[in-house]
Ligand binder design. Structure first.
Ligand SMILES: [Zn+2]
Length: 618
């Protein structure tokens, strides 16, 4: 090509690009393949809920009044809904308006289109939930710890908010909210908001949340609950029989808040309260702002599993403050949070403790790579979840690979520089969203050392498979001691002679994970007799032991598998156990036998996952 012509051509192309950029500014909200909403035209800024929680019929019904901002004069508000029965819709002062539910799409539900005017300020949706709403779990009294009153809790992440509130169910859109919740007298209603601490006589609660949050952090729970204060800014809710144990287990919460603030700046949500839910809660914890939801499986009695609080608290910065713009970038929430969790634990319990946590995290990452395949695109930090269920990730990728990317950056950059970067990052993007691309360009704008950027090759971590070679290594002295004991046992020294005094939960986990493959019945019986793993009250240790029981087909402990799987619904424990049983032809019938019994007690999110694993046909 002629050089002069080339220069002219390039200049013209450049001018056209500038012109296009001026006329087509980048939309505020990036594309979200899991939402039907149209926030670039009309965006929801606030929601007022007036809801009745009806335990007899297992229905939430009432009104959601959405305050909107119409940026383009659009005549249609598009919301997400899944399984909602929409009764009516109004605009502004009770003017009736047309609405339409579109075609149903797998995982996503249906778009709800509401006719609006260019100057409409408020849209009211009258609706009720239906059976099988993915966010809701209604528990009968026997399914609770005390067995006296019914219980309800929600789980809105990732895209289940739309199954109990019509909303723009995308993490990019933030709104404040208020709620009037009416339920049975004798029950307490709590939300991800400023909460009551005492029951009212009539069962009516007025709750408000002034800080804007994305829909996946909308949360509600109703039950026979009590409150105990833990400190100036924190407290715990639980059923009466659980409250004292929970308060004891989490008594270090104020110290954790102080440690987190020292590292990452002021806590922005005023209060940090927690609730211990009944055992069917599908997750370890859920970072609902101002009210973390927790599984009772972390109540080990010796605070050995409290890193979960550090994790959920850390979400007050990473996730709740700086939020992944869509679920493909879930690592932005979870990788950062896992990294922060480890830093908080290091601050409180020292480097040896944090090294053990990191070492277990590395093992989890490797395990996920083995399950998915090192070359699989599912091992990229940025996932491609189009046409897929955003709840179906392997934690080893967004959580652990994400954590190890940030750990690797810290190692190359130096802790001081990295910490000041992270502090600025939280300040600059507070109450805003983040994507992988945005993170990379912000990081590159702050770090001028080109050679360092090249050696980090963040792109390979985020857009490439497997574990990049520059990953920082973790070594744990405490684990080296464990490995020595496993070796000793392998040489025929009896379990009773092993030096295991004062081992922490994490050392036991490392021990169980690294036992020799193909142990015989006598070896399993010896471990069981000496260490009593089947009887332990520590859910993490029990879970790891039961995996060895399945692998080695140690039948005397089979009743313990059934007891464990029917006693709680935490997906992190259910998934590997059912999966391992299903992989062994002789255990498939037993897995299905247990699941048949347990399935009605599990949360819909866990049911979805286990149905898939066991190819369950209902
Ligand atoms: Zn998390």
């Amino acid at each position: 090509m002629n050089t002069r012509f080339f220069i002219l051509f390039s200049t013209l192309t450049f001018l056209i690009m500038i012109f296009q950029n001026c006329t087509n500014p980048k939309p505020e909200f990036s594309e979200d393949v899991h939402s039907f909403s149209n926030p670039n035209d009309v965006v929801v800024k606030h929601i007022d809920l007036d809801l009745n929680v009806d335990f007899a019929n297992k229905i939430i019904s009432g009104n959601a009044v959405l305050t909107i901002e119409n940026k383009t004069g659009a005549r249609e508000l598009l919301l997400d809904s899944r399984g909602l029965n929409i009764i009516d819709a109004f605009i502004d002062d009770a003017q009736s308006t047309n609405f339409k539910l579109g075609e149903s799409v797998e995982f996503l539900g249906q778009p709800l289109s509401v006719r609006i005017k260019s100057n409409t300020k408020k849209v009211t949706i009258e609706y009720e939930t239906t059976a099988g709403a993915a966010a809701l779990q209604w528990l009968e009294p026997p399914q609770t710890a005390d067995g006296i009153a019914p219980f309800l809790f929600t789980q809105s992440q990732a895209i289940h908010a739309r199954s109990w509130i019509p909303c723009q169910d995308t993490p990019g859109v933030r709104f404040s909210y208020s709620a009037k919740i009416k339920t049975e007298p004798g029950l307490l209603a709590l939300m991800s908001a400023e909460n009551p601490t005492k029951k009212t006589i009539d069962g009516v609660y007025e709750i408000k949340m002034t800080q804007p949050i994305p829909s996946y952090l909308l949360a509600l729970t109703v039950g026979d609950l009590e409150f105990q204060t833990l400190g100036e800014r924190s407290g715990i809710y639980a059923e009466p029989s659980v409250i004292n144990k929970a308060a004891k287990e989490f008594e270090d919460t104020e110290k954790m808040i102080a440690a987190a603030e020292k590292l990452y700046g002021p806590y922005q949500w005023e209060r940090y309260d927690m609730i211990v839910l009944p055992p069917s809660f599908p997750y370890g914890g859920m970072e609902n702002p101002r009210l973390t939801f927790l599984t009772p499986t972390v109540l080990a009695g010796d605070k050995s599993l409290v890193s979960i609080i550090a994790h959920e608290l850390a979400h007050s910065w990473s996730g709740n403050l700086v939020t992944n713009a869509n679920w493909n970038d879930f690592w932005i929430n979870e990788g950062f949070t896992t990294y922060l969790e480890h830093r908080i634990m290091e601050e409180l319990y020292g480097k040896d403790y944090a090294d053990m946590l990191a070492s277990l995290g590395y093992q989890d990452m490797v395990k996920a790579m083995e399950i998915l395949g090192y070359d699989s695109s599912d091992t990229h930090l940025q996932m491609n979840l189009k046409d897929r269920d955003p709840d179906e990730w392997e934690a080893g990728i967004p959580y652990d690979k994400g954590h190890f990317l940030l750990r690797t950056i810290e190692a190359k950059l130096g802790r001081e520089k990295w910490d000041s970067f992270v502090n600025e990052y939280f300040k600059k993007y507070a109450f805003k969203t983040m994507t992988s691309d945005k993170f990379i360009s912000y990081f590159e704008s702050q770090i001028s050392d080109k050679a360092l950027l090249d050696s980090l090759n963040i792109q390979a971590w985020i857009y490439g498979p497997g574990i990049p070679k520059n990953v920082v290594k973790v070594e744990s002295d405490a684990f080296t001691k464990v490995e020595a004991q496993i070796e000793t046992w392998g040489k025929g020294i009896p379990a009773s002679k092993l030096e295991t005094d004062n081992w922490t939960t994490h050392q036991w986990l490392h021990f169980l994970r690294n036992l020799p493959k193909g142990m015989n019945r006598d070896q399993m019986a010896e471990l069981e007799e000496w260490f009593g793993f089947t009887e332990t009250g520590n859910s993490e240790i029990k879970h790891e032991w039961l995996l060895r029981v399945i692998e080695n087909q140690y039948e005397p402990a089979y009743p313990a598998i059934e007891a464990f799987l029917t006693s709680m619904g935490r997906r992190k424990f259910l998934k590997p156990i059912y999966k391992k049983m299903y992989e062994q032809p002789e255990m498939v019938a037993f897995a299905k036998f247990i699941y048949q019994k347990a399935r009605p007690k599990y949360h819909p999110i866990s049911v979805d996952t286990i149905d898939r694993i066991l190819e369950w046909q209902g």
